[in-house]
Design a protein around this ligand. Structure first.
Ligand code: MG
Length: 160
């Protein structure tokens, strides 16, 4: 059995008025926030899906269904913590994650150091093992109109 595995994750959430904007576990000052059953942390969700995918252990929706009241408003870093525990039980640890955020607004780059600290604490990774990038969609489509934010993630996991 190969000891290293890769996984990919992708997630989208709508931006609405009256919600906090939480990305990578960091509360970002903005006029709108992402909507979802949990805190709608799009970046953390993409990382959860990449890790579960790499291990062949389903996805965030199967482990934490939005029909389950236990996950209503939950901090997504707590979901990531549970994902790390699921992988650890299967013998895997995370080598690195690399994510891209697609957002027309706001500028996310200034918050990357704080996101890396928060994510790194849960992933047990130093900041150089967490890749974060941000781009716009050049004004094209729903993301370009600022209707939501998307995130992708690629990860590598290793069996001890
Ligand atoms: Mg999501």
């Amino acid at each position: 059995m190969t000891k290293i595995r890769v996984g990919t994750g992708i997630d989208f959430h709508r931006l609405v008025n009256g919600r906090p904007l939480i990305i990578g576990g960091v509360n970002i000052p903005y006029s709108k926030g992402l909507v979802g059953h949990s805190d709608a942390d799009v970046l953390t969700h993409s990382i959860c899906d990449a890790l579960l995918g790499a291990a062949g252990l389903g996805d965030i929706g199967t482990h934490f269904p939005d029909s389950d009241e236990r996950y209503h408003g939950i901090e997504s870093l707590k979901l990531l913590k549970q994902v790390i525990a699921i992988l650890a039980k299967a013998g895997y640890h995370t080598v690195n994650v690399d994510s891209s955020l697609i957002a027309q607004e706001p500028k996310l780059t200034p918050y990357f150091p704080a996101m890396k600290r928060r994510l790194g604490n849960v992933l047990h990774l130093s900041s150089e093992c967490i890749g974060l990038k941000a781009t716009t969609s050049e004004g094209m489509g729903a993301l370009g109109r600022g209707e939501g934010i998307a995130a992708t993630c690629v990860c590598l996991i290793e069996k001890a």
